[in-house]
Design a protein around this ligand. Structure first.
Ligand SMILES: [Fe+2]
Ligand SMILES: [Fe+2]
Length: 482
């Protein structure tokens, strides 16, 4: 390589990452001889040549940021999706990064493609990194060094650094709840045509914040307080739906529409008497009918609200659909065979998750967040869209924030952050200790990913999970407090 340092711009680095990720995706779908694959290899090789300085080119993730040769790349509107995709791609493969050695500039197209394919397939292996190393050696590809994750994905410090974003999310939660409460109240009082402009504004702000950091919003349903169900449920469903929408790259405008639709999905319940909604015993036929009509009534009430015909058109049908299942069973009983809308499918997932994990006085069973996800995953393809369920589990983590667990060290711990790695089973938890007054106090934050340096075994294992309400614990006191 040249002796003098080469000038390399950010846009060259971005192009390199773009070419890397595009090739990984193209190679996944197309055969070796497909034009897109051949062009993809050429572009990737060219961008390696233009970016490589001295004797190697390293791209890696550190604290959820992408670096090329120690240059931190800026997250912005254009790069965000690409960077998120690459971070997820590496996370799934237990990789912190990849170092390409100078010999890559002499590598054949066949070798580059073999590397990309192995890298891709490694994501499906139980031990991706070990598998990838062996496979690269078997193919005699010696110009790649894999950078293993050395740092913990999240430690106590980075958890604390999120305090500000958590506080902002908390405010968003309060404003959103207040604005939908206000709309519902005005409808109840029969105050003519009720406007939703304020709620739209709140949702627009929410979308801006959510685009920047969706993790904190996926954990937000833990803000729920036991006895405050009616509107917290709507806010939870709204935020969870928007998190799903965000992950499937819905446009900003669609995210706002989805948010509005999800926030008001149960609006029709305001017409159901309190005693029926909260009845502990079995409902009689007319009560059941009343309940089953609420989704239709949500759409009917929304029709009366003061909003643009365009937004109304987009949100009426999904509201009506939110209790229909993927196979069109559920209610209201539908005779048509038209598949559910995307919004309808998203809201039904968020709605069901929040319902299953909500502890309410009149409900007998409540599932811990991880069990609720398991329950829903078992019904994927029948009750729920199978792809959206995977997206949802990916967002929430195997043990979502708010899951309470007993560890093999006999410690009681509450999940406070679920890593962004797909289907991660080792979240960040906060150990809880029972005080003299029988209430639980927050102790240290620990990472269940931690291994004993001598034995290589994990320091702690999960024995059992519970719903926080089983032990009278309000997660909000431990999670959203600094
Ligand atoms: Fe509902
Ligand atoms: Fe609901």
């Amino acid at each position: 390589m040249t002796d003098a340092p080469k000038y390399r711009s950010y846009s060259q680095f971005e192009e390199f990452l773009h070419n890397f990720y595009s090739l990984s995706q193209t190679a996944r779908i197309h055969s070796d001889t497909h034009t897109l694959v051949i062009e993809g290899i050429e572009k990737f090789s060219e961008s390696i040549n233009s970016c490589m300085d001295n004797d190697s080119l390293t791209f890696k993730i550190s604290n959820d940021q992408l670096y090329v040769d120690d240059e931190k790349l800026a997250y912005n509107r254009t790069t965000k999706n690409l960077f998120d995709n690459i971070i997820r791609f590496f996370d799934t493969r237990s990789l912190e990064g990849v170092r390409l050695l100078e010999a890559v500039t002499q590598a054949s197209a066949r070798e580059i493609l073999a590397f990309m394919r192995l890298l891709d397939i490694s994501g499906q292996q139980p031990e991706p990194l070990a598998w990838l190393k062996d496979s690269l050696a078997a193919e005699n590809i010696a110009w790649v060094e894999l950078v293993k994750k050395t740092e913990r994905p999240q430690d106590e410090e980075s958890y604390k650094s999120k305090a500000e974003r958590r506080e902002r999310a908390r405010k968003d939660y309060t404003y959103t709840k207040a604005s939908i409460e206000e709309v519902a109240q005005k409808i109840k009082e029969g105050k003519g045509e009720v406007g939703v402009r304020k709620t739209v504004r709140v949702v627009q702000d929410l979308v801006t914040n959510l685009i920047e950091d969706d993790e904190v919003y996926s954990a937000i349903s833990t803000l729920r307080v036991f006895d405050d169900y009616t509107y917290t449920h709507s806010v939870n469903v709204g935020m969870l739906s928007m998190c799903i929408g965000r992950r499937i790259n819905l446009s900003r405008r669609n995210l706002v529409n989805l948010g509005m639709c999800a926030l008001f999905h149960d609006l029709g319940k305001i017409e159901i008497p309190y005693e029926v909604l909260h009845k502990k015993d079995k409902l009689n036929e007319s009560e059941l009918q009343m309940i089953e009509e609420h989704s239709l009534n949500s759409s009917r009430l929304m029709l009366k609200l003061k909003a643009s015909p365009d937004s109304k058109a987009r949100i009426l049908v999904p509201m009506f659909e939110h209790h229909l299942k993927y196979d069109l069973s559920g209610y209201p009983h539908a005779d048509w065979k038209r598949p559910l809308t995307l919004f309808g499918k998203i809201i039904s997932i968020a709605d069901q998750y929040d319902t299953l994990t909500s502890s309410r006085a009149y409900r007998k069973s409540v599932l811990s967040p991880d069990r609720a996800l398991g329950y829903m995953f078992d019904r994927a393809g029948r009750d729920y869209d199978p792809i959206l369920i995977k997206v949802f589990i990916n967002i929430m983590g195997v043990y979502p924030v708010g899951t309470l667990m007993r560890l093999d060290t006999d410690e009681l711990a509450l999940v406070v952050s679920s890593p962004s790695r797909e289907f991660s089973k080792r979240p960040l938890v906060c150990v809880l200790e029972k005080g003299s007054d029988d209430s639980y106090k927050k102790k240290e934050i620990i990472n269940l990913d931690e291994r004993d340096p001598e034995t290589g075994n994990y320091v702690r294992e999960i024995i059992e999970t519970y719903h926080p309400s089983d032990l009278g614990i309000q997660p909000v006191q431990h999670i959203f407090s600094a």
